[in-house]
Design a protein around this ligand. Structure first.
Ligand code: ATP
Ligand code: MG
Length: 241
C-alpha cells in the first residue's frame, strides 16, 4: 500500500543555508513515525513544508495520492493534516475547554459533518486526560498540560495525519508515560502520527518507524532497533546524549 503522506525530494534554502536536502519521508496510517535529529537539522522546517507554511525549491507533498504541493495551509488542514507547534500555539487567555471548543467549531464550520462541537470538545478533554483542568486558563498551566490542550485542538480537526513537534517537552516521567499510551491509542484508531521529539526513550518506545535528519538530509530510516545500532546515527545524534 502506498504511504498516506508522501514527501519526496524536498529542498529548502534560507539564503545560503541549504536547510533541507532532497528529503524523502513517508507516513503510514495507524502508525507512529518518528523524525529525530540534532538541533537545527531541519525537523521543524520539514513540518512547515508539509503544512504549507514553508516554500520549497523543489519536491512534492502528497496525501493519499492527492498532490498538496501548491495548496495553502488552510486547504491542507481541510484535507486532514493537523499539527502542534514547537513553540506552543494556544489561546492563553481561554480555558482548555474553550480552546478545544473553538477548534471543533471551526472544523464543523467547513466540514458540515453535523458534529456537536461541545460533545467533541468534551470527548477530547476526556481522551487527552485534561478534564480536571478543563476550566483553567491555559496561560496559568504548566507547559506539559498546555501542550495537551494544543494536541486537543489539533484532534478537534479530526486529522488523518497528526504532526507533533516536541510534544513531550515539559512532561515529567509519569506524564510522558501516559502520553505514550495516548499516542498508541490514537494510532490504533487509524490516525497517522509523525512526531519530532528529543525524548529518545519515548521515541524508541512508540515509533514503529524512524527517520533521522542531520544537516538537512535524511541520514537513516528504520525501526527503533535499526536506528539505535546505526553507527552514523550514534555519531551524529544518539551517541552525543
Ligand atoms: N525562518 C527561517 N529563516 C532562516 N533560517 C531558518 C528559518 N527557520 C529555520 N532556519 C534554519 O534552518 C535550519 C533548520 O532549522 P529547524 O528549525 O528546522 O531545525 P530543527 O531540526 O527543528 O531544530 P530543533 O531541534 O532545535 O528544533 C537551521 O539552520 C535554522 O537556523
Ligand atoms: Mg524544531
Amino acid at each position: 500500500m502506498p504511504p498516506l503522506l508522501d514527501v519526496r525530494g524536498v529542498n529548502v534554502h534560507f539564503g545560503g543555508n541549504h536547510a533541507l536536502r532532497d528529503v524523502d519521508l513517508q507516513v503510514e496510517a495507524g502508525r507512529i513515525t518518528g523524525l529525530i535529529g540534532p538541533n537545527g537539522a531541519g525537523k521543524t522546517t520539514t513540518f512547515n513544508v508539509i503544512t504549507g507554511l514553508q516554500e520549497t525549491t523543489g519536491g512534492r507533498v502528497t496525501l493519499d495520492g492527492d498532490d498538496l504541493t501548491n495548496l495553502p495551509p488552510h486547504k491542507r488542514a481541510r484535507k486532514g493534516i493537523a499539527r502542534t507547534f514547537q513553540r506552543l500555539e494556544v489561546f492563553g487567555s481561554q480555558t482548555a475547554y474553550e480552546n478545544i471548543l473553538t477548534s471543533a467549531e471551526i472544523h464543523r464550520g467547513w466540514a458540515r459533518d453535523g458534529s456537536d462541537p461541545r460533545a467533541v470538545a468534551e470527548e477530547i478533554l476526556h481522551r487527552v486526560g485534561i478534564r480536571a483542568v478543563a476550566g483553567d486558563r491555559v496561560d496559568a498551566m504548566p507547559t506539559g498540560l498546555a501542550r495537551l490542550v494544543e494536541l486537543g485542538r489539533a484532534l478537534a480537526q479530526k486529522p488523518r495525519v497528526l504532526l507533533l513537534d516536541e510534544p513531550a517537552s515539559g512532561l515529567d516521567d509519569a506524564e510522558s508515560e501516559a502520553f505514550a499510551d495516548l499516542l498508541l491509542e490514537l494510532a490504533a484508531t487509524g490516525t497517522a502520527i509523525l512526531m519530532v521529539e528529543h525524548d529518545v526513550a519515548l521515541v524508541m518506545k512508540v515509533c514503529e518507524w524512524i527517520h533521522v535528519l542531520d544537516f538537512g538530509a535524511i541520514l537513516a530510516v528504520g525501526t527503533a532497533a535499526d536506528i539505535q545500532q546505526n553507527q552514523l546515527v550514534l555519531d551524529a545524534y544518539l551517541g552525543a546524549a
